[in-house]
Write a protein that binds this ligand. Sequence first.
Ligand SMILES: C[S@@+](CC[C@H](N)C(=O)[O-])C[C@H]1O[C@@H](n2cnc3c(N)ncnc32)[C@H](O)[C@@H]1O
Length: 340
Amino acid sequence: MGAPVEQVINLIFGRWRSQILAAGTELAVFDRLDTTTPRKAPELAAAIGLDAALLYRLLRAQAAIGLLVEDSSGGFVLTQMGDLLRTGHPQSLAAMARLEEGPQHYALWKHLPAMITDGKQNAFVREFGHMAFDHAKADSDYSERFDQAMSSYSAAQSEQVLGALRGTDLSGVRVFCDVAGGHGYMTCALLNAYPQLSGIVLDLPEVVADRDSLWARKLELESRCRYVGGDMFKDVPKADAYGLKMILHDWNDEECVAILENIRRAAAGPARVFIMEHIVPGPDTPHFAKLFDIHMMCWGTGQERTDAEYTELLRRAGWRKVASHHAPNSIIGVIEGACG
Ligand SMILES: C[S@@+](CC[C@H](N)C(=O)[O-])C[C@H]1O[C@@H](n2cnc3c(N)ncnc32)[C@H](O)[C@@H]1O
């Protein structure tokens, strides 16, 4: 940490860094590089169809923020950080960069002061005329960015969820339903970790229709995993345990209670629910959840919540809170509820 003036300057120019990074993912520059063989701007520019002189300046800036290393003859290789921005990396963060710094999410942030002024949490409506999931139906570029980002980010998050659940007895669970589970990465991670499980992934029909992106297919787990296209506000499949990863933070309290009540009714018997979210800690702890909360303010009707706030949502929907699970140094926590 430098002096306060340097720290504030770094904060002011933070967006420059994320845009410099995201331009590399947008142009698929990182996919043309590796960690060992230096490549120069003219060679890359010819391969991708870019301007060599301007590309050189972008690569140099990416080296300045630790994504690349430049050698004395102008050749570039990926650092470990830059390697994570290749689309082929097993824990690739490229799709998340394309979403968060892409044109739709970028446009939302300018509405933050106005929303806080008038107390109306609706940046998507202010910018695009409707809320995010409705906008995704009309803008295929946005839905592609969103679904791919969720799917690839899930690799890192699922590891944290498995870490948090280590030591929790799931031997009695036979059918696990991931509510709004996207392309099903986390369900597949659970199927691999718990051999007795079979999985159901519920998501919107258009999401589960994208067969090439479904993880159970890619990971050859189709015999143990079923995808269901539907609406979690209307109908949820029967299961004995349910997961909600990065779902309740999309919605306001009333919407969350409706989702949790719907799940409880679908369970039709004793069941468990696992809420997987960035849990907001107390005032003395700086945490990514407190930043993500502002993104949620811009994105939809939701928010990040404290453990006590999730406990209260569970209570209102007829569940009882059983436990909170956290892996050490993990930014995702799991809150477990039970009913019946
Ligand atoms: C923030 S993403 C999280 C996806 C996934 N759980 C994960 O962690 O990667 C929210 C998901 O909710 C899904 N969704 C939105 N509205 C839904 C609804 N009414 N019923 C079912 N799924 C819905 C979206 O399609 C999207 O996949």
